[in-house]
Design a binder for this molecule. Structure first.
Ligand SMILES: [Zn+2]
Length: 327
């Protein structure tokens, strides 16, 4: 994996490449941002590039030199991954790292230490790491990765160059799914739209149950003003069991209403997530006013927040459906 293979994060990569071009690599970096957007992948590509024999010309890893091949096989002596054993990263792991750092990196390269979930360092471990940061060595680069930077002590944060990773645009996630996972374009677009900017979230989704649910949701919305309300209430069971599954499915439902609003306001089909079910989107856009559609979006959003906050699942979802049915 090299910079050129990474989806999105162009600005972040440009910053790292600029520091390579100037020969001014920071002693420590903090890569932070939501889970599953590519922080680790970028750290691995950076570590590989910093050790590549041709990086000074191309500001990326060449993928063919002996150093790059070792990095790709996960056995490069200069690329060290530190991970939590159990819930925390313990002091012992940092002490081992410091022992390791007493030796110069192999083959004249730079030793890059990548610490995933750095917020899981306990206080003693963080204090021990601080010693390393206070005694910089140009032969070493530390990359701390976290989705929760506020859990790290300020003394550590202040010594790192911070690189923020934003959620990826849905179109980028969709491109990844179709190019790298050979997922058919329509399905990729739908999955990406509900993944909140995270490739990992899109990959974790069970594609078949996701697509089936979407069809059920669209059919339920289509029938909402025509069938017996009790039938609509049976839809609660379709919304899943555990909280994560329910909030994921509510996001799909919310996208249906979002589409209806866009279609109502602009009449454009190109921007719709569920453009293949224009029958339903058109029907909602005609049946409801803009304000009513916004109310529906708020009801679904409110239910998702309540479920995340441990509210009673069945009651919350029934209440939400009542509100949607009243429209
Ligand atoms: Zn190379």
């Amino acid at each position: 994996m090299s910079f050129k293979d990474i989806y999105g994060h162009e600005k972040q990569i440009a910053v790292l490449q600029a520091s390579m071009a100037k020969g001014r690599i920071a002693q420590a970096y903090l890569f932070y941002g939501m889970k599953g957007v590519g922080k680790r992948t970028t750290a691995a590509a950076f570590a590989k590039a910093l050790n590549c024999g041709r990086a000074s010309e191309i500001l990326d890893a060449c993928d063919t030199c002996p150093s790059c091949l070792k990095a790709d096989h996960g056995n490069h002596p200069n690329i060290v991954n530190v991970e939590a054993k159990g819930p925390f990263i313990q002091r012992q792991a940092i002490l081992e790292l410091q022992d390791h750092m007493k030796f110069r990196p192999a083959e004249g390269g730079r030793r890059v230490i990548i610490m995933a979930d750095a917020d899981r360092m306990n206080a003693v471990a963080a204090n021990t790491l601080l010693k390393t940061l206070e005694e910089p060595s140009p032969a070493h680069v530390l990359i701390l990765i976290t989705a929760r930077p506020h859990f790290l002590p300020l003394t550590i944060l202040s010594r790192c160059q911070q690189v923020r990773f934003n959620p990826l645009p849905a179109s980028t996630v969709a491109r990844f799914l179709s190019e790298r996972r050979s997922i058919e374009e329509d399905a990729a677009r739908l999955l990406a739209a509900s993944a909140g900017g995270s490739i990992a979230a899109a990959m974790e989704t069970n594609r078949e149950s996701f697509l089936n649910f979407r069809q059920t949701a669209m059919n339920t919305i289509a029938a909402m003003n025509r069938t017996d309300p009790l039938e609509t209430l049976a839809f609660v069971a379709e919304l899943g069991q555990d909280r994560k599954e329910i909030t994921d499915r509510l996001a799909i439902l919310m996208n249906c209403y979002r589409d209806a609003l866009i279609y109502k306001e602009t009449g454009e089909v190109g921007a719709l997530i569920n453009g293949d079910r224009l029958d339903v989107i058109e029907d909602v856009a005609e049946r409801l006013s803009g304000v009513e559609i916004i109310d529906c979006i708020r009801s679904v959003e409110g239910a998702a927040k309540a479920i995340e906050g441990n509210a009673n699942k069945a009651l919350t979802l029934e209440l939400m459906l009542y509100k949607l049915l009243k429209k």
